[in-house]
Design a binder for this molecule. Structure first.
Ligand code: AMP
Length: 427
């Protein structure tokens, strides 16, 4: 089969790497890809923010299946358009993707379907804001309604801070259209968990759970990023909790979407806070997470192509996934300055040496390949991912490999999975 993967990050490199292992796949294309992907698949030019451009690529290469990595093309309706033209594609329609592309839609949907989430108010104007704010106790979470590439959530310590953050979005339009509407939310406390399920619109099968590290610095300090690392172990969620999450969160979402005429096929990512009152939904994503995909897929012993086809053909079943009990860890190596401004074009050394460490695969996020050498081309550059017989070994392998990589200004967190190990951060 010929497969087309849409996207350019570490998540897409991971999907390409895993799909290539399927005996039924003989060619993988990626639009637009990155340095690491180009070394393993045929990269083609195309605009992820323009459905016509993606249709043009598909009309040229006739893929047997297209897999969508990021949220933007899903929200723009790439699945609707590909299906209309008879191309098989994995992911939800634009109506399904609203669970991610509109936080107010997601909150109202959860309320309609009794899915546990933080108390909230939706504000469309400064008047709504001043009516709602008195009903919240700080800290207050202010969220832009639309897609804001990870920049749309502010946790405010006082009401004044919340009022100012909210009016920057509503009136100052600092996030453009994404902040035209916003959600105020009570702040939840607990451990975060990334719980992903696969659905064919009706049935729901959970993937292994993961935890990601959003802050840039060790000990969860500094600003939020797209994700500085993640790990996955069976210890994150036991069988009883997994069943609870499927019964009370994932299945009601899929059933609710179907009942509302927006059948949801694809990956549903539930970002959860495990609070003292029980698990609550922080957000939904309508696709695989980045960097959670890296350790999750590293633990997958089944054929990823078979899983995607089962979802597209409406016959997902519990037997689709086979998981290794081995934990996996991904450490993201970022450009100097990230998540603020950073330079690109720095020559990267040591990737092949890192890749040769036992149990390790280096997934590329922001790299370019020129004359056989890798150069930095983004904020998050590489995701050094390792699997091992236990978490200590997986972490040690990831950091041994990360230490072999070098480029000017690079930085990475030294404490990925440290909470789970209950040890001091690696040096
Ligand atoms: P979201 O995009 O909604 O997942 O928000 C990004 C991050 O903000 C989450 O991963 C949490 O760390 C944090 N966050 C979002 N909503 C809340 C909340 N209600 N309480 C506490 N933290 C939150």
């Amino acid at each position: 089969m010929k497969i087309l993967v849409l996207g350019s990050g570490g998540r897409e490199h991971t999907l390409v790497w895993k799909l290539r292992q399927s005996p039924r796949v003989f060619q993988v294309y990626c639009v637009p890809g990155n340095g690491g992907i180009c070394a393993e698949a045929e990269c083609l030019t195309g605009d992820l923010n323009n459905v016509d451009s993606l249709v043009a690529v598909a009309s040229r290469i006739h893929p047997d299946l297209t897999v969508v990595g990021p949220e933007a093309p899903l929200a723009l309706g790439v699945v609707d358009e590909f299906r209309r033209r008879g191309f098989r594609i994995f992911g939800p329609t634009a109506a399904g993707a609203q669970l991610e592309s509109s936080k107010s839609f997601a909150k109202e949907f959860m309320q309609r379907h009794h899915i546990p989430t933080a108390r909230y108010a939706i504000c469309r104007s400064p008047q709504d804001l001043s009516d709602a704010l008195p009903h919240f106790h700080p800290p207050i979470v202010v969220k832009a309604d639309g897609l804001a590439a990870g920049k749309g959530v502010m946790i405010c310590k006082t009401k004044e801070e919340a009022a100012s953050a909210a009016s920057d979005m509503l009136v100052g339009k600092i996030l453009g259209g994404a902040g035209k509407k916003l959600v105020l939310e009570e702040c939840l406390e607990g451990e975060e968990l990334s719980f992903l399920v696969l659905s064919d619109g009706e049935r729901v099968v959970p993937l292994v759970a993961a935890q990601d590290y959003k802050r840039v610095g060790d000990g969860d300090t500094g600003p939020n990023t797209g994700g500085m690392g993640a790990y996955s172990t069976d210890a994150l969620v036991d069988a009883q909790m997994r069943d609870w999450l499927v019964t009370h969160i994932a299945r009601p979402v899929i059933a609710g979407m179907k009942a509302e005429g927006a059948e949801y096929r694809g990956i549903l990512y539930c970002g959860l806070m495990m609070t003292a009152r029980g698990p609550m939904v922080l957000e939904f994503n309508c696709r695989f997470g980045d960097p959670e995909t890296q350790p999750i897929v590293m633990r997958m012993d089944s054929d990823l192509l078979g899983v995607f086809i089962a979802a597209v053909e409406g016959r997902v079943s519990d037997g689709d996934f086979k998981w290794s009990g081995d934990p996996a860890v991904c450490v993201v190596i970022a450009s100097g300055g990230y998540p603020g401004s950073y330079e690109t074009g720095k020559k990267i050394s040591g990737v092949r040496e890192a890749d040769s460490v036992e149990g390790v695969k280096v997934f590329h996020a922001g790299t370019a390949l020129r004359d056989g050498e890798f150069y930095t081309a983004g904020g998050r550059v590489l995701g050094v991912t390792a699997r091992g017989p236990d978490l200590e070994t997986a972490v040690a392998r990831a950091y041994e490999a990360a230490a072999k990589i070098n480029f000017e200004g690079m930085h990475y967190r030294k404490d990925i999975a440290a909470r789970a190990l209950k040890t001091q951060p690696a040096t």
